[in-house]
Write a protein that binds this ligand. Structure first.
Ligand code: FDA
Length: 540
């Protein structure tokens, strides 16, 4: 056969490809493709011409930093109602070279589930808001939950189903509007992490659609892919439709407490001491400290630093107070700092709802944890206590920005987190960590100049933290996505060697296994974004 000239079908294919790439309306061909597979499907597609496009896009933008006129927008939003819709979207996206960004709850710190850093990228948002069914099976202590459900919807369903018999819960995040799709794909920590580990540690099975459009479960996807989807990052290995999760027992009464101390009330010494205690407390205690600058309560027109100690104890107040008096007397915890409640209600407490809020508040998908504030977060892990002088430097940094605009959130580790091997799932930050740190900046001002000011401040704080946090690699939490630590190309084109630097921070020695799984299941890198795991072929 003469191979010097392309055959007719190849020429046609090239022409079609060219047409797809250069067409001014690529979505029209995409829509025709969808209609070809299912004639009713276009009713769940919102193009930019649709009057609901902007409100639909914005309804799950959880970081207003990526909701400006300059933010790159999707070509269309696709809201599947059944799995076959997703299969069609994958087929047609591949045929028409439209990149897919999957969105569950929309909390991605860098907005990658609905935007991109590349203004020229043609992409669609596949929004799972209509796929949020939850089935709780109390006798087997399991549940199937679709990825578009929020944590609040899941906690509410578990509480409603299990209150008559044993009280069950799920060890996942604190913010009720976070989506199960992104949360479990990156780990998912909350107030039960010292007792039961992460959300991703408690996944038993999953339904996933891969790049070929195959619908897989744990048995058919194999243990490598099942390992990778539990913490190896979203929008990388396929689209998770649903998770089967293990529910965990909690007592009918738990105790939530808040103690605040300013510098004038010995905050520096108490936070310093906290580090020596917190990872060794019984697994029934979770502790979080929020550090920020506040108006000084005793001096007009002055600021001070406040440390807010928030804890959750799996039991009643009578058991908690003597234990804390014995193990952490420096805090001076008193009954009046604490409230007894159900575990489901404690989620509302930690999310900042008023004490008398009904449990139904967990179902509200419209509330925003950050209001209209834009934000950026970064993360670290602390393995040796930070000295007093280190905290004094942090206070100086916090005083550089306005009241409540920048802070650190320290979350206690130890307990179950130290018992789970680093390679059990892709999330590697286990034994040896005293606590996790989130450095964060919030601002309400518009414009690039204001944003740059806060971003530079946060980067300065992160730089300052260097001697006090993990090294080689400097570890980071994948769910607190931070493009400062490295990224793929704007369209998500990965490069193994470049990705290794940020990949090691998120996944440590698990990074190479993630690359191997990606290479096996999605060698053409169909599912990608600015921080997805690249396949090995990308090296070439
Ligand atoms: P979103 O929909 O933006 O998805 C995040 C990433 O996962 C994107 O890359 C997306 O494409 C991908 N993805 C989404 N659905 C997918 C699916 N079905 N299949 C495959 N990929 C999918 N974390 C934590 O551990 N504990 C906590 O308490 C909190 N609290 C918190 C509060 C607030 C206000 C914010 C903004 C964030 C948090 N987080 C958190 C971080 C949170 O876990 C992280 O941002 C998650 O990725 C968010 O998941 P969503 O589905 O909401 O986001």
């Amino acid at each position: 056969m003469d191979t010097a000239h392309p055959s007719f079908p190849i020429l046609v294919a090239l022409f079609v490809l060219l047409l797809g790439v250069t067409s001014s309306q690529p979505y029209e061909e995409f829509l025709q493709c969808l209609e070809f597979h299912d004639s009713n499907i276009t009713s769940i597609v919102y193009t930019r011409a649709n009057s609901s496009f902007s409100s639909l896009l914005e309804s799950s933008i959880r970081n207003p930093r990526f909701d400006t006129s300059a933010t790159p927008k999707p070509l269309l939003i696709f809201t599947p109602r059944q799995i076959s819709h997703i299969e069609s979207a994958i087929r047609c996206s591949r045929a028409h070279r439209i990149q897919i960004r999957v969105r569950s709850g929309g909390h991605d710190y860098e907005g990658l589930s609905y935007s991109t850093i590349s203004p020229s990228l043609t992409f669609l948002v596949l929004d799972l808001r209509n796929l949020r069914a939850i089935q709780v099976d109390v006798p087997s202590k399991t549940a199937w939950a679709q990825a578009g459900a929020t944590l609040g919807e899941l906690y509410y369903a578990i509480a409603a189903e299990s209150k008559k018999s044993s009280i069950l819960a799920f060890p996942s995040g604190i913010c009720p509007t976070v989506g199960l799709g992104g949360q479990i794909s990156g780990g998912g920590w909350g107030t039960l992490l010292r007792k039961y580990g992460l959300a991703a540690d408690n996944v038993l099975d999953a339904t996933v659609i891969d790049a070929k459009g195959r619908i897989l479960n744990r048995a058919s996807m194999g243990e490598d892919l099942f390992w990778a989807i539990r913490g190896g990052g979203g929008n990388t290995f396929g689209i998770v439709i649903a998770w089967k999760i293990k529910l965990v027992p909690v007592p009918a009464t738990v105790t939530a407490c808040t103690v605040t101390r300013t510098l004038e009330q010995n905050a520096t010494e108490i936070v310093h001491r906290w580090q020596y205690v917190v990872d060794k407390l019984p697994n029934d205690v979770f502790f979080m400290v929020v550090l920020n600058s506040v108006a000084n309560p005793v001096q007009a027109n002055a600021t001070t630093i406040q440390a807010s100690f928030n804890s959750l104890y799996l039991g009643g107040i009578e058991g908690l107070i003597p234990m804390m008096d014995a193990k952490f007397p420096d805090l001076g915890l008193r009954r009046e700092n604490c409230v007894e409640m159900s575990w489901a209600k404690s989620i509302l407490y930690f999310a900042g709802f008023p004490l008398n809020s009904p449990l139904e508040s967990l179902l509200d998908r419209t509330i925003s944890a950050t209001g209209s504030a834009k934000f950026k977060g970064k993360s670290d892990y602390v393995k040796e206590p930070i000295p007093i002088s280190g905290f004094e430097g942090i206070w100086e940094k916090l005083k550089e920005v306005g009241v409540q605009t920048g802070g650190l959130i320290l979350a206690s580790y130890g307990g179950k987190m130290s018992e789970i091997p680093e390679s059990s799932i892709p999330f590697p930050h286990r034994a040896g960590n005293i606590y996790q740190v989130e450095e964060v900046a919030f601002w309400v001002e518009d414009g690039v100049e204001a944003a740059d000011g806060y971003l530079n401040w946060l980067r300065g704080l992160y730089e300052y933290m260097t001697p006090y946090v993990s090294k080689n690699p400097r570890e980071a939490y994948a769910n607190y996505r931070d493009l400062d630590i490295g990224r793929n190309g704007g369209g998500g084109e990965g490069d193994y060697r470049r990705a290794r630097s940020w990949g090691s921070s998120y996944y440590k020695n698990n990074f190479d296994r993630l690359v191997r799984v990606k290479t096996a299941v999605d060698p053409a890198n169909f599912f990608r974004n600015e921080q997805s795991i690249p396949p090995l072929s990308s090296w070439r």
